[in-house]
Design a protein around this ligand. Structure first.
Ligand code: IMP
Length: 195
């Protein structure tokens, strides 16, 4: 079963490598920036992105789109997480929430896979947690230093090892659904290369 994981995010790559290594999956990684449409729906963004990647690479492709949805901010930054992270960052989010007592939030992930043989397949995962009052930890990426998962022991994602984060994270959960599906496919997915 061969496919190509398409992303430019090095931290996501490390997380996927850690998850995939236990399942003997045949894949390669392509550092390609896909086009992300403006939408409030992660699924729509992931779908457009996987088709964009397929049209360039012409082989079975997989992309992932994720976002942090904070309840007291009515789901912000959600699908705008990347832009918000690169502009105001974690400190900006903490400032926005300085007087907020409801710190609940959810990370969501959508994996989109496309091959002409399967069509588009979507796999989602999420993890509930709270936004901390200050950043903690040096690991991970993005909003990891301020996200404390509900199922953890009070540490932020940035204070965890990759495999610990993967066990409970939005991405880890979406990836497990994807793995279950891709390893159950009967016939191998041939690469369709552009001559
Ligand atoms: P992307 O559009 O899927 O690349 O993700 C949007 C943004 O959400 C990223 O730039 C990060 O700031 C944030 N994000 C997504 N997943 C995670 C995660 O697992 N930890 C921390 N931040 C994340």
């Amino acid at each position: 079963m061969r496919f190509t994981l398409v992303t430019t995010n090095k931290s996501k790559i490390e997380e996927f490598i850690d998850i995939f290594k236990q399942y003997n999956l045949k894949y390669r990684i392509e550092l390609l920036k896909t086009k992300e449409i403006q939408s409030t729906d992660l699924k729509e963004i992931a779908k457009e992105s996987v088709i964009y990647a397929y049209n360039i690479l012409r082989e079975p492709v997989m992309v992932e789109d994720a976002g942090l949805f904070i309840r007291s901010l009515k789901g912000f930054p959600g699908p705008y997480s990347s832009y918000v992270y690169s502009t105001v960052g974690v400190i900006g989010i903490l400032r926005l929430m300085s007087d907020v007592t409801d710190r609940s939030a959810v990370f969501q992930s959508v994996i989109a896979f496309y091959s002409p043989y399967t069509g588009i397949k979507l796999f989602s995962g999420e993890v509930n947690g709270i936004i901390s009052y200050e950043p903690k930890g040096l690991g991970g990426f993005g909003f990891d230093p301020i996200f404390i998962p509900e199922e953890g022991d009070g540490r932020t994602f940035a204070e965890m090892e990759i495999h610990e984060k993967n066990k409970i994270s939005h991405r880890g959960r979406a990836a497990m659904k994807f793995i279950e599906w891709v390893t159950s496919l009967k016939s191998p997915l041939p690469y369709v290369s552009m001559e």
